[in-house]
Design a protein around this ligand. Structure first.
Ligand code: GTQ
Ligand code: FE2
Length: 343
């Protein structure tokens, strides 16, 4: 019998004892480079807006802190937006609340439209305004309450697929609908919000994500003040949101970036392990991902699979473009699996 036939003949017997040998038709175990099942994808703002207004009109919030969300999916994956991340667009009507809870998955929100909602993260209450980034690290208690008078839309990003792959999913509902809030509002912003100094004499460790809300006005100011610097050839002006106490990533598993492309900027091709999702805050441009090209505009989303070469450019020679993106780089770095290549 040939070796291949020998292997096939053995398979049934081995399987009975929960064992196996490599079979001739097994796909290669090690590939020279990552071969993701996830595919590059572009969601257009007009489609998302139409679908959101349908779910806004037709889906009621169920009791128990359910949300009305439009999940971004990928045809190459059984669930989720990327191999590790879930991006959902949450549509919140005035008067609605999301009840207090916590989970091991790390989460963030980026406010797409509207204001008037408040979030409480581990007892600290913060306003949520357009362009703000709100962080809920693993096991931070959080709830939201929308007391404004117009619908709000925000992007939720969670590392659900990563946490599921590691069988570390936990969820705990709060004991009341909304948390009791601390007497001093936005206290951690007062303590750590400068990013330059921190209180002297603090005992014990600093909290994870010591500042839960990164305001749009301050993030934009950083980009605008950096506009006079020479452009990075790949990213132009891109800044990562960081933990102001440690200087590390703002969240331990999810990377967050705000990027400005000056008029006429065309970035060069590069690739890295890990996945990302881009959200266009303003402007028009093009992203090339391997052999594909997507022309994006305000409100669009684009997902990039691991190790896919990509280059981003601003299509306008008059206006800048601003993008918010998320990635799983902090998790990969911690595992020693982050690699990049500048082609
Ligand atoms: O707002 O806390 O889209 O826990 C999915 C899970 C949002 C949230 C989601 C969540 C949340
Ligand atoms: Fe949550």
């Amino acid at each position: 019998m040939s070796d291949a036939a020998e292997r096939r003949a053995l398979a049934e017997e081995l399987a009975r004892y929960n064992t196996r040998v490599a079979q001739p038709d097994d796909p290669p175990l090690f590939t020279r480079a990552p071969k993701p099942a996830m595919v590059p994808l572009h969601w257009k703002a007009a489609d998302i807006e139409r679908l959101l207004s349908r779910i806004g009109a037709n889906l009621k919030l169920e009791s128990g802190g359910q949300r009305r969300t439009l999940r971004l999916t990928n045809p190459g994956l059984p669930y989720g937006t990327t191999t590790t991340l879930w991006c959902s667009i949450q549509y919140i009507l005035p008067g609605e609340i999301a009840t207090a809870h916590r989970h091991t998955a790390t989460a963030l929100r980026f406010i797409m439209t509207g204001d008037g909602a408040h979030t409480t993260v581990d007892g600290e209450r913060y306003a949520m305004r357009k362009g703000d980034l709100v962080l809920t690290p693993s096991l931070a208690w959080h709830d939201h309450e929308h007391r404004g008078d117009e619908p709000m839309i925000w992007l939720d990003v969670l590392d659900i697929s990563l946490v599921r792959a590691l069988d570390a999913t936990m969820f705990e509902p709060g004991t009341s609908e909304l948390q009791t809030t601390a007497p001093v509002a936005e206290r951690s912003m007062l303590e750590y919000g400068s990013g330059l100094m921190r209180p002297l004499g603090r005992r014990g460790s600093f909290p994870a994500a010591p500042v839960p809300v990164y305001s749009w006005t301050r993030a934009l100011e950083v980009l605008e003040r950096a506009a006079s610097l020479d452009p990075d050839p790949y990213h132009d002006t891109a800044f990562e949101y960081r933990d102001p106490v440690t200087g590390g990533h703002a969240l331990s598993t999810i990377g967050t970036v705000l990027q400005r492309l000056r008029p006429g900027m065309r970035g060069q091709m590069h690739r890295n392990t890990g996945t990302s999702v881009f959200y266009v805050v303003r402007g028009h441009g093009r992203i090339e991902i391997e052999s594909q090209a997507f022309d994006w505009g305000p409100g669009d989303f684009v997902a990039i699979p691991s190790w896919h070469a990509h280059a981003i450019g601003n299509a306008s020679t008059a206006d800048d473009a601003i993008l918010f993106h998320v990635n799983d780089r902090p998790a990969l770095e911690k595992l020693g699996l982050f690699h990049e290549s500048f082609d």
